[in-house]
Write a protein that binds this ligand. Structure first.
Ligand code: GLU
Length: 468
């Protein structure tokens, strides 16, 4: 056990993004690795953009990835009383002040700064005003005087210094009375005892402001680790242009959670040249030491490769359970027809996603085979009638529908017809599958079972007769 306390603090304004999922994963792994605690906090102070639907989407995605939290979820909207108290504390101590500058005034100042070639920042007009006009106001945090810079040692990026001339008096409460992100994040992280903050490096510019707030509020400053962004193949920040960015869309596309977890962790972390890691491996091996400083590039082919790896090596029973909703989506009732686990075993080698596996499984459950046109021309013709009739007879008499029994039947048919193996197997495979990509012929026969196999050969014979 350690006293490490980390957190994931998503804003519920959409779905769980691949980048957010990686942040959550890194935090989860650190907590598990060190016997610390992983806290989940929903940052929903932006009332206009936060929705319950997004909260649910984030929670579902985390559950799917297996990232369960030890504490939470906590909601910032339930903590407004605390934030009010802390604002009052800063006001009372003269560390914050009401600012009555109107949007128009601020715009004008910004414009002026721009024209003068300066970086626009608030000039502190309201810092020392004593009157309290009856007008809307924001509350600003007074940038502490007498200090020129703030430095912190980032656990990924090393020592970072920000000059205070880059900063201005931060708004901590909006005109509508709601507190802002940089303020509440500090209070919550401090009050929740978070001592290491691991997040995307898009937040790095917020860090000096937050450190100053920790100090002003009398809190201990935690450690920080800023993880590089995830980029698309064109080295621009990962967005929808590069493909799906929502974790749950990967679920819908038939990815396994362990494949996504394995892929995400490698976007920014490495362990020698190993590529395949189970969650247990990761919990053992993950540390910030091996998190790189440069951005990871999202590579969909590698993710697909990992997914096919996990499908190939997965437990057939579990895969069958995960596959079922995909089959139901296609209107297939898995309780009728061949045993799903046997179907899965035949398809594991040849499916990169569950969606692909569901397509591959379709022919097993069809009441009638639907034939692909090219194959129908090639295999469903009068010359094949004799072969199909013989197969019907031989397979009909076969009591051992396993690879061994079926091999014997094939040997007999080959001997009797003097055909090569392929000339027997190909037409039969077409009659059974309609031309769908499928496992080997013995496998297909065994999984379909004798009754269905015979019924499909009869269907082929009927199709030939109908053509003649
Ligand atoms: N709510 C912030 C976000 O989603 C989290 C910031 C943080 O981790 O400090 O970007």
């Amino acid at each position: 056990m350690s006293d490490l306390r980390v957190r994931f603090a998503p804003s519920p304004t959409g779905y769980l993004h691949i980048g957010g999922a990686r942040t959550a994963l890194f935090n989860y792994l650190l907590a598990k690795n060190q016997g610390g605690k992983f806290v989940l906090r929903i940052e929903d102070t932006d009332l206009a953009r936060s929705t319950q639907e997004s909260v649910d989407a984030i929670l579902d995605a985390m559950e799917w990835l297996g990232l369960s939290c030890d504490e939470g979820p906590f909601y910032q909207t339930e903590r407004f009383d605390l934030y009010k108290l802390k604002i009052q504390q800063l006001l009372d101590e003269g560390k914050a002040y009401r600012c009555y500058c109107s949007a128009e005034e601020l715009d004008a100042k910004r414009e002026k700064a721009k024209q003068a070639g300066e970086k626009p920042k608030y000039d502190g007009t309201c810092r020392n005003r004593i009157d309290q006009p009856d007008a809307p106001y924001v509350i600003r945090f007074k940038l502490p005087e007498g200090r020129e810079e703030t430095t912190f040692v980032d656990q990924v990026k090393g020592s970072i210094t920000f000059r205070h001339e880059e900063l201005d008096d931060l708004i901590i409460q909006r005109t509508d009375g709601s507190p802002t992100y940089n303020f509440v994040v500090v209070i919550d992280d401090a009050e929740m005892g978070i001592n290491l903050i691991v997040r995307g490096d898009d937040h790095i510019n917020n860090t000096p402001r937050q450190i100053l707030l920790y100090e002003a509020l009398g809190y201990e400053v935690p450690n920080f680790a800023h993880v590089p962004m995830i980029l698309g193949s064109d080295k621009k920040r990962l967005s929808k242009r590069h493909g799906a960015t929502s974790v749950m869309v990967y679920k819908e596309m038939g990815y396994l959670p362990e494949a996504l977890v394995n892929y995400l962790v490698r976007l920014g972390w490495s362990f020698g040249d190993e590529e395949v890691f189970s969650m247990a491996d990761l919990i053992e091996k993950f540390s910030l030491k091996n998190v790189g400083r440069s951005a990871g590039v999202f590579n969909p082919e590698k993710l697909l490769w990992l997914n096919s790896h996990y499908i190939k090596t997965g437990d057939p029973q579990r895969l069958a359970e995960l596959l079922t909703p995909f089959l139901q989506e296609k209107g297939i009732d898995v309780t009728t027809g061949p045993d799903l686990i046997s179907v899965v075993k035949g398809l594991q080698e040849r499916s990169a996603t569950l969606l692909e596996m569901a397509s591959g499984a379709e022919f097993y459950y069809a009441a009638q085979v639907s034939y692909d046109e090219k194959g129908a021309k090639k295999f469903l013709k009068t010359e094949q009638e004799g072969l199909f009739t013989l197969l019907l007879e031989k397979l009909g008499g076969c009591d051992d529908f396993t690879e061994k029994g079926l091999e014997t039947i094939f040997a007999e048919v080959i001997e009797q017809t003097e055909l090569k193996f392929g000339k027997v197997a190909q037409p039969l495979r077409f009659a059974l599958t309609g031309g769908a990509p499928s496992p080997g012929i013995y496998d297909v026969l065994e999984v379909l079972g004798k009754d269905v196999a015979l019924q499909r050969i009869n269907q082929a014979l009927a199709a030939i007769a109908a053509k003649a």
